[in-house]
Design a protein around this ligand. Sequence first.
Ligand code: ADP
Ligand code: MG
Length: 496
Amino acid sequence: MASYTLEGSTGTWEIVCGLEVHAQVTSKSKLFSGASAEYGALPNSQVSLVDAAMPGMLPVINQECVAQAVRTGLGLNAQINLWSRFDRKNYFYADLPQGYQISQFAHPIIGEGVVEVVLADGSTKKIGITRLHLEQDAGKSLHDQDPSRSFIDLNRSGVALMEIVSEPDIRSPEEAGAYLTKLRQIVRYLGTCDGNMDEGSMRADVNVSVRKAGEGFRTRCEIKNVNSIRFVMLAVEAEAKRQIAIWEDGGEVVQETRLFDVSKMETRSMRSKEDAHDYRYFPDPDLLPLVITQAWVDELKTHLPELPDAKTARFQSQYGLSPYDARILVMEQITADFFEKLAAGRDAKKAANFIMGDFFAALNKNGWTIESSPITIDQIIDLLDLQDKQVINGRIAKEVWEANIAAYAETAPEDWASVSFSPSKYVDEKGLRQVLDTGAIDAAVDAVLAANADKVEAYKGGQEKLFGFFVGQVMKAMAGKGNPALVNEALKQKLA
Ligand code: ADP
Ligand code: MG
């Protein structure tokens, strides 16, 4: 694959990038307390005494959060550490009532792993995982509720996060996007994080440096809290260009934390290394080391769902799909399941084409998602089977499909339950069965040829393009219901 480079006045530069992704663990309650971890509740309605850091409260580890971290580690092909430890990361901030965050510093629960991404040109690339550790989220300061005061919402305080750190293996905005996309896909399949970047369930700190070919790493900057995949890609590019300009101007990039300003498409300094916190990490004395057994890890492993890479490979071998089609259908678990239901006992390629073509187009056009779409899989099955059993031709199938979509699109969503569209019934009611009767087809062909004697002459004189015209006329005469193969055959015979 051609590698991605940026051109400066002094020649070609390469990007070096590593991501630290914070992924909120899917669990009912928080990492060390029984308070609900659900998103969107009224401020401070989900705060236990532990989360509010009342004196004398003790954290108790939530085993489900540990299981989720292990599942994620397994999904990242990573080392699972049977012994890990929680440390206190000390800092003062209004939204952190404890005055420290419980995290894992020296001994994370998950060690090195690897994620493989596929790029637009079809090439693959392995991105190393350095580690994954569990930690608490902080609360949230609200500065926009009152002109003179800030408020604190501690609902998030203590919610479990997984911080997933990559190796500096990423070399382009595209690779950064592909890596984050893949990570999100894996945790969503696993059910360990919902991947909702809009709600902050997943956000990335983006580390970027630039270098000339063959050099070691140069100084990096870290862009904090980027909350969409597209913004990560844009931030990588903007930051790399900024650094190239500095180096080429004879300056030096200083290590610092920056923010990405989407409206200006540039990164902006937040704090320099001089202000860097000394977190004074030390083992949390309230918690024992986290010890898990290999037997438990194995048990969790046997219950993992089929993951995207395995499913993509299986879709190719079992259904004969191209790698590209397999990847598209596997992108979301729900799409993959939908495809498999549709493909069962049918032509899998046709099922795949229908989903990626007509079905996705209908979703796009109507602003539906596969979850919210009112079209049922039974309707699609019915439609494909009608076509497969030669009851209708492709042209009529389009018409039936349009009617199916319209039945919902023209109905308010709250009334969708009352819509009972059946492709089979529609075909019967409207008399749309295709005509296979060769007698009827011959008659239509004869009539068309008789009415277009001049064109028949021209065709026989060498204007072969006219064949399409005859097909169109015959189909028109048969109200679109002729069997295309039989119509073609009859025309060829009679024009010979
Ligand atoms: P820290 O502990 O200060 O956060 P790490 O070594 O853990 O630093 O790295 C944090 C992130 O920065 C990782 O994702 C890593 O891949 C990335 N990184 C490290 N060095 C560089 C570099 N020179 N350029 C770009 N990214 C880097
Ligand atoms: Mg770090």
